[in-house]
Design a protein around this ligand. Structure first.
Ligand code: AMP
Length: 343
């Protein structure tokens, strides 16, 4: 989707990926298939491009650093490094005035038991790195044995978080350019199924004060990161009105996919503009929207969805559906102000 937006602006896109046939390679004419730590391939890639970016955060920060020695890389390797480790991320957020749930870094069952005494139950244990969409996440209830929870996490180092009894989950996707200008998309509500984003409702049904607070927090984080590109900030809106940051992603985000059809400029075009040094465009929402992810077998609703005249389909070209695999999404639009309808 980034490559398509870049092509619309007249850019040629060169994709570096370890995966032959990856979705982006299907819509670009230059591809390097290589492991991210293949230094020769990364150097040849750098020699072929003018600017580099990434659109998922499991690209090793070392690869971004290697590229950055030769070409501009936006966002920076430092942004990637912070977003890759929940511990670094939480420390950074709290140091920069972005509140989170109480948390502790743990590296053994004994440390987990100690942290549980401090933070209390219920709590959520998450792997410090390489966890997303609920992978490596363990819910800790009143009777959960810390040793079992530690084993179930499946990693050595984890982050224990206090469970947030939230009213709703929202996110902000925001662009920041090299001059420090920021433009945010409207705040949206996200509903998850099995820890995976299922539906995004745009705009979120929160008060203007909470929406402003969410956008202020997102801008504060982007500025503190010195980010050039796109930042998604996922947040919990607590029942008492507090807004806590859950996690950040320095890239286009699933909860911004509704912008493809409901905004003057999509998150992908805005991302390309920020990275390529063009002025940021107008992110205004012209319609309310509901985005539904097509996860695993849900992509088999293709025939019915393609016959729905109001459904804007986006299929990723990922091959076989597997449980939990995001295969595509669909956007439905509604007149602005009428409110998005749950699918
Ligand atoms: P994550 O992988 O951190 O984005 O978590 C996936 C989902 O799990 C979130 O969107 C929430 O629905 C839920 N979740 C994660 N952490 C917490 C928490 N500390 N309290 C309550 N729910 C959580």
């Amino acid at each position: 989707m980034t490559a398509l937006a870049a092509a619309n602006l007249g850019f040629r896109v060169h994709v570096l990926t370890p995966e032959a046939g990856a979705p982006a390679t299907q819509v670009t004419d230059h591809t390097t298939i290589a492991a991210y730590d293949d230094a020769a391939a990364v150097d040849a890639f750098a020699a072929a491009i003018d600017v580099a970016t990434f659109e998922f955060e499991n690209v090793p920060a070392a690869t971004a650093e290697r590229l950055a020695a030769k070409v501009p890389v936006h966002p920076s390797a430092r942004c990637l490094e912070i977003a890759q480790d929940r511990g670094k991320e939480k420390t950074f957020l709290n140091a920069n005035g972005a509140p989170t749930a109480p948390y502790a870094r743990i590296a053994s069952p004994a440390e987990l038991a100690c942290a549980l005494d401090e933070i209390g139950r219920p709590a959520v244990l998450k792997t410090a790195t390489l966890g997303y969409d609920g992978k490596g996440q363990v819910m800790i209830g009143p009777d959960t044995d810390p040793a079992e929870a530690y084993l179930a996490m499946g990693a050595d180092v984890g982050i224990l978080e206090g469970f947030v009894d939230f009213a709703c989950e929202v996110s902000v996707v925001l662009a920041r350019d090299a001059k420090g200008n920021t433009r945010a998309f409207d705040v949206v509500e996200n509903r998850h199924a099995h820890h995976i984003l299922d539906v995004t409702l745009a705009p979120a049904g929160v008060s203007p004060e909470i929406a402003d607070e969410a956008q202020r927090i997102a801008a504060r984080i982007a500025n503190a990161l010195g980010l050039i590109g796109l930042l998604a900030v996922e947040m919990f809106v607590c029942k008492d009105g507090r807004v806590l940051v859950n996690e950040i992603a320095p890239r286009p985000h699933n909860s911004g996919h509704w912008t493809m059809d409901a905004c003057i400029t999509s998150q992908f075009e805005q991302f390309v503009r920020a990275v390529a040094g063009l002025p940021l465009a107008d992110p205004s929402r012209h319609s309310d929207a509901t985005m539904k992810n097509l996860i695993g077998d849900e992509v088999n609703r293709y025939d019915a969805l393609s016959a729905d005249p109001g459904a804007r389909l986006h299929i990723y070209g990922k091959g076989a559906p597997r449980p939990g695999r995001k295969m595509g999404h669909v956007n439905w639009l509604f007149p602005k102000g009428s409110g998005p309808k749950a699918p």
